[in-house]
Design a protein around this ligand. Sequence first.
Ligand code: ADP
Ligand code: MG
Ligand code: MG
Length: 875
Amino acid sequence: KKYVYTFSEGRADMKSLLGGKGANLAEMTNIGLPVPPGFTITTEACKEFYLAGRQFPAGMVEEVEEKIAWLEQTLGKKFGDPNGPLLVSVRSGAVISMPGMMDTVLNLGLNDRTVIGLAAGSGNPRWAYDCYRRFIQMFGDVVLGIEHHNFEAVLEEQKYKRQVQYDNQLTAEDWQQVIEKYKFIVRRETGSEFPQDPKEQLYKAIYAVFNSWENDRAIVYRRIHKIPDDLGTAVNVQAMVFGNMGDDCGTGVAFTRNPSTGEKMLYGEFLTNAQGEDVVAGIRTPRPIAKLQEEMPDVYQQFVRICTLLENHYRDMQDIEFTIERGKLWMLQTRNGKRTAQAAIRIAVEMVDEGIISKETAITRVDPGQLDQLLHRRIDPAAQLNVIAKGLPASPGSASGTVVFNADRAENLSQQGQKVILVGTETTPDDIHGMVASQGILTSRGGMTSHAAVVARGMGKPCVCGCEAIKIDYENKQFTVGDIVVKEGHVISIDGSTGQVILGEVPMIEPELSAEFQKLLQWADEIRTLGVRANADTPEDAAKAREFGAEGIGLTRTEHMFMAQDRLPIVQQMILAADPEERAAALAKLLPMQEGDFYGILKAMAGLPVCIRLLDPPLHEFLPNGEELAVEISRLKLTGGPAAELQQKEELLRKVRSLSEFNPMLGHRGCRLGITWPEVYAMQARAVFQATARLVQEGYRVEPEVEIPLVIDVKELAYLRQLVESVAEEVKQATGVAFHYTVGTMIEVPRAALLADEIATQAEFFSFGTNDLTQTTLGFSRDDAEGKFMQPYLEKKILAENPFIVLDRKGVGKLMQWTVENARRVKPDLLIGICGEHGGEPSSVEFCHRIGLNYVSCSPYRVPVARLAAAQAKV
Ligand code: ADP
Ligand code: MG
Ligand code: MG
């Protein structure tokens, strides 16, 4: 078995074996770009490492030895040779990139002897000792597990002693002193000397990189981004090049297009006289890449050429790392760059226009899950804002929240239901949980490619970076801008699209779709075959849904209409009626109101189908709470309140109690209400048809679908269908208007699914109510599951996903598939859709496409998500 590949032996499509970084280093090497030579230890070696209980697989070390010898020969340098020491980086490289989550060690091969040789040989002792101290620091942190702050403190002390602000202002002598202190720290923390043998250093570093696959922050990152835990990481060993040798050196990061807006322009940052991590870690605030053009025009030209070449080669926006050593450019990494939803859309659309990719490819370039970002509210441009500072617009969107200065605190407060903004000088991978818990992130240092910025963009969280005007005082938990003091607990807002930091909360406005977004969605519509409808209960929602491209309404819930303040008493009167006459009186009052509701919705959706569900929820939802009522009654008794009121309340309580159920979810609800109280469904049907007749008369094209919920048997449906049909006939007679409608049912109980072929004979359409179908199939009550036992089910991996969010294909999906197949056998043209929350969830949409549904229906704001997901399912 082959565990090690030199860069020239690999290719871009060997990602799963070589990891993303290794595969792309290989690809760049093979297309002739300047890449320092090196080799990759495969992810397979890592997997076997774990299988063997964290031991290198047999044969791996021999292969590494061989490749080291090759590197030594190629470069004319030798591990441990003071007259020309080979120095390498040992870099992690997962299959799916996890920026900053795993570990890398630079300058490996230095020790007390080689550093002297390097200093003398190069005539640049400041550089040599800077490399050595960096090496001890990184190796100490990554391999020996010594906490970073130990080293940080020494560095700060040295800078303070010298009265300098930045690392690069320290001299060779300073670094020598720092190195002695670092070595002392290593001795103190580990009980042994810093390892001097380069081979020992190498294998310890490889071991640590393998190990870092299982470190806490990598595990958290994989959980958040749904990356499988068993992919393992590759290890890249690569000859060092140096950006820290002087002012004709530097290091930087660039995107071939703006990752925030998508604009086509080289977008990046660099630092002169610096090494690798410096740019990302926010140690000094780096300078925009355009400045490189002034300082090193030749290098800049070459770099621009390479960027264009890479973008065309990969046909996607690239995120590139480079280093300049003594005026020579070296490429250290390229990958498809992470981007905001806004940027993803613009880049995809423009690349189609530029002829780089096809429309089909463009559709796949935007993650539907990411679109939420654009469908979020943003700061009202007309609002008066109290802007106190401006930083870099690192990740778009706006957020308000109370200020916190620490990730743990952010997590705590957020668990208590508070909205927080995490504020810090910079963030590190250890702050991930706090970032997840925050509404937005504000840092005072670091650029657009700093850790905070990259991670925030990945999470779709608003972020403002490098806001140097704010001075953070961790001790007193506050920051100041001039003489404004903002303490922990104060509310601020940030706008990640402009970089503004604003005091207090700000008014937000509703989102709109940009021209590019519309264009992409139009392509999606051309490609997809699955219909997309919206769930909407009001004319306003219906109008919004239409604006977002809904092709009809898949679910109008009528119960919300019953909940309105002015209607509830009438609804209660209907429920509590002592006899049929009293009930008829209440229904007569409700009829014109319902007719008005349906009129508005049908009109807003004129020309498109509207599915209206008859009353569904358990009745107790419309009644006052029994316990509260009982408390009121005892208060009335104690205070000797009016006897009439007391009597009325007691009567009400008796009714409420008589209607209370042990398990309302499985109780008197859905079509069971229609079976016991046909007059209620008859009233609703009449309201639908009278509204329809009126609209038809006014010249609108309307076609209601009357939906019977919670059916378990064809006889139920036949009975209620007849009821609906006879009402329709009456309305046609009375109005003299001819109109068209259909009757169908929801499939939300396993029995209905199992008997789909029978039920289909009485239905023109089916709609999967997957919220209830998931509850009834799993026997999980959603509200109880999510609060109590869902988490352990997910953590223990009994369930891969929360089935109330991502459709449970294995169980619920099987019932759906059965339903579709059997129903269509009886009625090939049966219209079948889905109206549960799953209808707007991308992977569930894909499943619905696969089993041949006609449409998905989701909340209006998720309609664009579903349109895109439906197109991706087709591509
Ligand atoms: P990450 O995945 O966290 O970005 P990398 O392995 O890419 O980690 O390395 C961290 C930093 O070190 C990057 O800025 C990279 O460019 C730099 N670096 C890695 N290897 C070398 C090398 N051989 N010579 C110079 N710089 C390097
Ligand atoms: Mg990198
Ligand atoms: Mg239901």
